[in-house]
Design a binder for this molecule. Structure first.
Ligand code: KG4
Ligand code: ZN
Length: 386
């Protein structure tokens, strides 16, 4: 099979991204336009603004991805676009543009699940380094993938038959996603948006054992379960709204409101705060709170994933999505995985957060299988990965 250059397009949330990936194993170009500055004043993503920014950015971002790759609209072999899950209006911008291009150029179009994209970010980069051959010979199955981002905390058992990948969900969050908890806690503490990267850097300056958070309790069966569970099916669900409430309670009982308001005002006056700027306005008890929060999140994510890994006797772990960029999470997974004899793989930090290279990589097996999208497919905000 000759090499195939796939142009990937991703607009599911607050990044407008396009990339060219060769045969699922070589990033030829990768352009990410982040909308953080647009959403920052609101402390989170505003869906209407996200759609508007995607509309503005999509054409130049795709053009740049093609020119960086030394490709043209005509020379690429196929297009791939994120179908869901994500913000409906944001997804529609990428989908409409990809459909128009595919129609005008008479090229195949592949619809990709964003979560499958995050999983394929790991495969893409390992292959780029020379590992994990396409036929999967040196990738040991079963693979357990933790997809942990701003919108998702999911555990999947991933399988490959021929070129086709399939996924079985064995755990998900019952309430907040892990990245959402990082973002909400940062907002509560006046640290701005997005919260994950700031908390990651500040946590190194605090005492992670200073504040004790009770481990999340899952008292009720999952009321949102889309299907009846098989009798012997083991589930490993997450819950992060309790820890966020515990941080709020800590803020109230320790009278931190005033210092938080002062921090918020001070940081808003700095266009791009550096670590020193954050440290200058964050007292030690708050740094301890941040470090303790991160430790509790990491322990729960690593603990549940490894319990699931043991129960399903997996051979390989993938950890991916925005929160997989977290330093402590990576270290803990590496050491805990090594202790269990299950290697843990992550994407590089730039490929952990949203990008289009992962979409183009996930599209390659579908390209080989000629699994092309009909022109009438639409955005699926709540798309499930199977
Ligand atoms: O995968 P992603 O870019 O978008 C979604 O699909 O949601 O993930 C974004 C999330 C945000 O919640 C952000 O705070 C979190 O990933 N994040 C981090 C780190 N970098 C990004 N969380 C913890 N530590 C980080 N270093
Ligand atoms: Zn994502």
């Amino acid at each position: 099979m000759a090499d195939a250059n796939i142009l990937g397009i991703e607009t599911s949330c607050d990044e407008t991204a396009a990339a060219v990936v060769r045969s699922g194993e070589k990033i030829v170009s990768n352009v990410v336009f982040s909308q953080i500055v647009t959403h920052q004043p609101y402390g989170g993503v505003v869906p209407e603004l996200a759609s508007r920014e995607h509309l503005r950015a999509i054409v130049p971002v795709v053009r740049k991805a093609l020119s960086d790759a030394g490709q043209t609209y005509r020379s690429i072999d196929a297009l791939a676009v994120t179908q869901g899950p994500g913000l409906a209006g944001a997804l529609l911008v990428g989908i409409s543009y990809a459909k128009a291009l595919a129609f005008a150029l008479d090229k195949p179009l592949i619809a990709v699940n964003h979560l499958e994209g995050h999983i394929h970010a790991v495969l893409l980069e390992e292959r780029q380094k020379g590992g994990f051959s396409h036929c999967g010979r040196d990738l040991k199955f079963p693979v357990l993938a933790l997809v942990v981002s701003g919108g998702h905390t999911h555990l999947y058992l991933a399988e490959q038959r021929g070129e086709t990948w399939s996924y079985r969900n064995v755990g998900h969050t019952r309430d907040d996603a892990a990245g959402e908890a990082f973002d909400k806690v940062a907002k509560v503490l006046g640290l701005g948006y997005p919260g994950g990267p700031v908390i990651d850097r500040l946590a190194a300056h605090g005492d992670p054992s200073a504040v004790k958070f009770p481990p999340p309790q899952l008292k009720h069966p999952d009321r949102n379960a889309k299907r009846k569970l098989e009798q012997d099916e083991l589930r490993f669900d997450f819950s992060y709204s309790g820890i966020k409430t515990a941080v709020l309670r800590y803020v109230e009982t320790h009278h931190l409101r005033e210092s938080i308001a002062a921090r918020r005002t001070a940081l808003l006056a700095i266009p791009k705060p550096r670590l020193e700027d954050y440290l200058a306005v964050t007292d030690q008890p708050t740094l301890d709170l941040v470090a303790s929060f991160q430790r509790a999140m990491v322990e729960d994510l690593v603990g549940k994933t490894l319990t699931a890994a043991r129960a399903y006797q997996v051979a390989t772990l993938f950890v991916t999505g925005g929160v997989a960029a977290n330093n402590e999470l990576r270290q803990r997974f590496e050491s805990a995985g090594a202790a269990e004899g299950v290697p843990a793989y992550f994407p590089s930090r730039p490929l952990s957060t949203d990008n289009a290279a992962m979409i183009a990589a996930a599209a390659y097996p579908k390209f080989l299988a000629k699994d092309f999208a009909a022109m009438d497919f639409s955005a699926e905000a709540g798309m499930v990965l199977k």
